[in-house]
Ligand binder design. Structure first.
Ligand SMILES: [Zn+2]
Ligand SMILES: [Zn+2]
Length: 341
């Protein structure tokens, strides 16, 4: 079968690889129909493979179920589904507690399309067929009649944005939200959208990109151009999204006493990140940082989308043809989706 593969730094190619097989009663085989580019994909492809033969790319997909094992009950062949980008069993203690990102059965960072991080190749979503080892735990049905292209990112970045605000707004209904975007714009925009949908008092979106600010405005946030040097005020709920450590300091300064600062960012390397721990302590700011629990989030995210109040498709800025994936997957775009019939 054909698989989009990163074979060298910055290089994507179709590779012909063996089709996966069910191999287990709880597994399913799915055929991805629409795959969104995650914010991490260009970074992974830029860094290149860590083992010979390269690695499969892509992990945010809406797919069609092709085959299920005898123990699968939640989905059936022919059905359209969201797939968690993280591999999780649904049965271990972390999974039962909703902490599916750290499933005890798999090595850390066991995700589709990220073999360089976990060391294990689970396949990538820009492929003809993908094996889902725990179909009941990792797949969620797509509402009937919904265009897969609109929802391609639900299995990862959309859920990531949702979880950045949902638990905090549940604790403080109607609170004002500030999203600080200094990278990974789609996740920041999904967070702002989710905050609007979940009834935040106001949603302010701070960025230094005119293109991203225009989208923020269009989804109902108050867009503010910023160089992140001077705080605009202090908010009870602040979302930090990007890769610049100096802006994390700015996010701390923008959080009000006893407020919540939720970071969805992975800050690579420098241990000398100037994190204002004294300020976090003195002001009682609750600082959350960590990965989303994709499988556990799927039902809530799908329900909010089903209500019509959360429209992730409004963030999609480019849709490319499946066959063009090797040459166009890295095209400049806030959110790019690869689609086929
Ligand atoms: Zn991702
Ligand atoms: Zn598990």
């Amino acid at each position: 079968m054909r698989q989009l593969t990163c074979t060298a730094p910055g290089l994507l190619e179709w590779c012909d690889v063996a089709s996966p097989e069910l191999g287990d009663g709880a597994a399913a085989l799915i055929r991805p129909l629409a795959v969104a580019r995650c914010e991490i994909d260009p970074l992974l492809v830029g860094a290149g493979p860590t083992s010979p033969g390269g690695f499969a790319v892509g992990h945010e997909a809406v797919a069609e179920v092709v085959q299920t094992g005898p123990d699968v009950s939640a989905v059936t062949a022919g059905q359209r589904v969201f797939c968690s980008f993280q591999v999780s069993c649904g049965r271990c203690q972390p999974c039962r507690g909703g902490r599916t990102a750290n499933c005890a059965q798999y090595p850390v960072l066991s995700d589709y399309g990220m073999q360089p991080l976990s060391g294990v190749e689970y396949g990538g979503m820009v492929s003809d067929l993908v094996r889902v080892p725990h179909a009941d735990a990792m797949l969620a049905p797509v509402p009937a009649g919904t265009d897969p292209v609109r929802l391609a990112s639900v299995g990862d970045n959309v859920s990531d944005g949702y979880r950045a605000v949902a638990p905090h707004l549940a604790e403080r209904p109607g609170a004002d939200v500030l999203v600080i975007c200094h990278g990974s714009p789609s996740i920041a925009l999904y967070a702002a959208q989710a905050a609007v949908a979940l009834g935040a008092g106001t949603v302010t979106f701070e960025s230094d990109s005119a293109e991203v600010l225009a989208v923020a405005e269009s989804i109902g946030a108050a867009a503010v151009a910023s160089t992140f040097e001077r705080r605009l005020g202090r908010w009870p709920i602040v979302v930090d999204c990007g890769q610049r450590p100096a802006v994390l300091r700015h996010a701390i300064a923008s959080t009000e006493p006893d407020g919540v600062l939720q970071s969805v960012s992975y800050y690579a390397a420098p241990p000398e990140i100037p994190l204002a721990l004294g300020k976090l302590y003195t002001w009682g700011i609750k600082f959350h940082i960590g990965r989303a629990n994709a499988a556990a989030l799927l039902p809530d995210v799908v329900a909010l989308i089903g209500s019509g109040r959360f429209r992730p498709d409004l963030v999609t800025s480019a849709v490319i043809d499946w066959d063009d994936a090797p040459k166009r997957f890295l095209d400049p775009a806030i959110k790019l989706v690869v689609a086929r019939d």
